[in-house]
Design a protein around this ligand. Structure first.
Ligand code: CP
Ligand code: NVA
Length: 324
């Protein structure tokens, strides 16, 4: 399938034949149309059973995965496509042959490449080399499929996204970046709380401040865990991501940023029913979140995990031009 991204103000207005390397490539309207397709496919997959008939997508994973691998493989199978898994944990992409040649070979055989890699530059190199769509399944910089699932999980709940305030607490990492992109594009207020020295990347902050301005949302930053007060949901992620080597002292510095019952009580001040808890998973219980919080009725972590498949199904349907 040849790529056919329709560019509008530097962002894709249609996903047909396009890559998804980062959420910042999407318009708010495209994200919302993905959500509508995801809701439809979640309710009833039957109309889409043959949508990917005759197509093959390949997962190239340099890093471990439960959710991303299983949701892509299951979703592709449910829609009649074939999913291949290449384990690249022992040999990084680009080691045996150039990433460019890898992409140029794959486009001759398969229809879509889904890489999970150490470096965002590898995702970009693959996308530049191959004439078939590339979907970023996580890099050091971004986790776009996660960002889509996270906001979809809030969007599908009663009351939707209107007037919602979200707090992210922890490391300013890949998950944080994609959450920032998705929330600010969709007009959701977001407070990002990180220890000093672990703020999100400056270019992501700059872009997201512009998206927030355009969508009318508030994007705020703090180093104080007490800044969680009055948010509808509190989101955290692991403190040390896969492949991170600069971990010296990280656990110690992050101690005050753990999501405990007390922190959730602060977050829930003024919020009817209290604040929801979110995590992309895998979680380190007793480290960034307590059992009490992740197992509480306000925890929606397994809804997020389930929705990974529904938003990715929608993404594939749009990319293959089968969303209807
Ligand atoms: N949230 C997520 O991407 O999980 P995996 O690392 O298990 O794929
Ligand atoms: N930030 C984490 C997310 C895992 C889904 C990592 O990159 O390891």
């Amino acid at each position: 399938m040849a790529k056919r991204a329709i560019k509008k103000s530097g962002r894709a207005a249609s996903l047909k034949g396009a890559d998804l390397l980062t959420i910042s490539a999407l318009t708010p309207a495209t994200i919302l149309s993905l959500f509508k397709t995801a809701a439809k496919a979640k309710k009833n997959i039957k109309p889409f059973r043959k949508a990917l008939d005759g197509t093959t997508s390949i997962l190239l994973f340099e890093k471990a995965s439960l959710r991303t691998r299983i949701t892509f493989e299951t979703g592709i199978n449910l829609m009649g496509g074939t999913a291949l898994y290449m384990d690249h944990s022992a040999q990084r992409l680009g080691e045996r042959e150039s990433v460019k040649d890898y992409g140029k070979n794959l486009e001759r055989w398969v229809d879509c490449i889904i890489p999970r890699v150490y470096s965002q530059s590898v995702v970009e190199e693959l996308a530049a080399a191959a004439e078939i769509p590339v979907i970023n399944a996580l890099s050091d910089r971004y986790h776009p499929c996660q960002g889509l699932a996270d906001l979809f999980t809030l969007w599908e709940r009663p009351g939707g996204l209107d007037g919602k305030r979200l707090a992210y607490i922890g490391d300013g990492n890949n998950v944080c970046h994609s959450l920032m992109h998705t929330a600010t594009l969709l007009g959701v207020d977001l407070t990002v709380i990180t220890p000093e020295g672990h703020s999100p990347a400056e270019d992501v902050v700059r872009d997201c401040l512009a998206y927030a301005k355009a969508s009318g949302s508030v994007l705020a930053f703090s180093h104080d865990p007490a800044a969680v007060e009055g948010h509808h949901a509190v989101y955290t992620d692991v403190w040390v991501s896969m492949g991170q080597t600069d971990t010296a002292g990280k656990r110690g510095e992050f101690g005050g940023y753990a999501v405990t019952g007390e922190l959730m009580a602060t977050a829930g001040i003024g919020i009817k029913g209290g604040s929801l808890f979110m995590h992309c998973l895998p979680a380190h219980r007793g480290v960034e979140v307590t059992d009490e919080v992740i197992d509480s009725p306000n925890s929606i972590v397994y809804d997020q995990a389930e929705n990974r498949m529904h938003v990715q199904n929608a993404l594939l349907l749009h990319i293959f031009g089968k969303a209807g």
